[in-house]
Design a protein around this ligand. Structure first.
Ligand SMILES: [Zn+2]
Length: 396
């Protein structure tokens, strides 16, 4: 009787999965899906998930395509969800791309195209990660799930936040969520995000009185009166951060005043600024401290605040140790736990009491021209995702 070499079998099926991860990434990139357009990406994912036994429920809101997919195991238990987005940011100057952004090209072991790193490669790795897990584990406790949106890069109004509201209204609680955002820096898995800073926007208008530069006594120059207040805002230490968060920062993004004429004192000055804040500050403390500074300098002003995300942090629980162990096992790497970077849809998932970790490819080229990701990184990512499923769901 011929003996089968299990390792040869394993190698063969691993080769199939690797080819599949690459092919799916290519198919997703070639479906142009600039926010909030999904470009047919979710149909493709739905077909793959249905074939794996997932119940895929479309959850469109407004012009945004979303779905929630669940595959219950053989007994009740916790829900492990993977979350991501099929939309991408615009291409930017098309003539600076070496290749067409929506025609995936392979070069030097990388795949190039809009969304290669953020985050169509992660979506492909999630699908093949699930295929690998389910090939050997049809029986498990709990449920596997996917939460996919096409509105992460734009307004984020009709995407993850609405799906989470729907799940909450049904009493569905996600225990663990792995978000496929490109968290890595130099090497796949060298950084995972276990939280994110909050983001608070301010739009300030300082009103003076327009006049002739030759007659300053008959005018109030809003630039002159605002300057000391702006200086104080930029010097202020808002907090010192914490074990998990860097100190809160404030950055001015826009400042406008003046008519263009050289002989007119302008009537108003507008300023836009943003706080990226740690859990040591709150929206309320930042607003009241800012307004106290403006009041102290006697400004005549109007300020409008817009919160785009509360800070969140995952501590304790089983998810972070499972992700750390999976990265150690598959990639022999010990990840840095970080809360840096921009906001992500994790901000809408964590408030439900869900443990959230972001783990995805290297982020050096995201949102840039010639976005790319290393093909081998996607293979590692797919295996790490499977390993996380094994650690959290497979019965031991
Ligand atoms: Zn992204």
């Amino acid at each position: 009787m011929p003996t089968t070499d299990p390792s040869a079998d394993e190698r063969a099926s691993e080769n199939v999965l690797q080819a599949s991860t690459l092919a799916l990434t290519q198919e997703l990139i070639s479906r142009a899906s600039v926010s909030p357009d999904d470009g047919g990406c979710q149909d493709l994912l739905t077909r793959r998930l249905s074939a794996l036994g997932f119940d895929v429920e479309p959850m469109p809101f407004g012009d945004v395509t979303n779905f929630w997919a669940v595959r219950p195991g053989s007994s009740a238990g916790p829900i492990l969800a993977f979350a991501g987005h099929t939309d991408v940011v615009p291409t930017g100057p098309i003539n600076e791309w070496k290749t067409d952004p929506f025609t995936p090209v392979i070069e030097d072991g990388h795949i190039i195209g809009r969304g290669a790193a953020d985050m169509k490669g992660s979506l492909a790795a999630m699908i093949t990660g699930l295929e690998r897990f389910l090939a050997s584990h049809r029986q498990y406790a709990g449920a596997l799930a996917l939460l996919i949106t096409s509105d992460e890069e734009a307004d984020a109004i009709n995407g993850t936040v609405k799906v989470m509201e729907t799940l909450r209204s049904r009493g569905t609680h996600i225990d663990w969520c792995v978000v496929g955002e490109p968290s890595s820096s130099e090497r796949l898995g060298d950084v995972i995000r276990v939280g994110r800073r909050g983001s608070l926007n301010a739009s300030l208008t300082v009103t003076g009185q327009q006049g002739h530069v030759a007659y300053p006594n008959d005018a109030v120059n809003p630039i002159h009166v605002a300057a000391p207040a702006i200086a104080e805002l930029t010097r202020t230490v808002w907090d010192n951060g914490s074990e998990y968060f860097p100190p809160t920062t404030m950055q001015i993004s826009n400042m406008n005043a003046g008519t263009g004429a050289t002989n007119i004192i302008p009537g108003t000055l507008t300023l836009a600024f943003n706080f990226r804040f740690s859990t040591e500050s709150t929206q309320e403390t930042l607003q009241s401290r800012t307004e106290a500074i403006l009041d102290h300098h006697g400004l005549n002003y109007q300020i409008d605040w817009r919160l785009s995300g509360q800070p969140f942090i995952t501590q304790g629980g089983r998810l972070i140790p499972a992700v750390q162990a999976a990265l150690q096992q598959v990639a022999n790497i010990d990840p840095e736990l970080s809360t840096a970077g921009g906001t992500s849809d994790g901000r809408f998932i964590a408030p439900a009491g869900t443990e959230v970790v972001e783990l995805g490819p290297c982020n050096a080229t995201i949102h840039k021209v010639n976005e790319r990701t290393r093909i081998e990184d996607l293979n590692i990512l797919s295996r790490v995702y499977t390993d996380i499923m094994l650690r959290l769901l497979a019965s031991r």
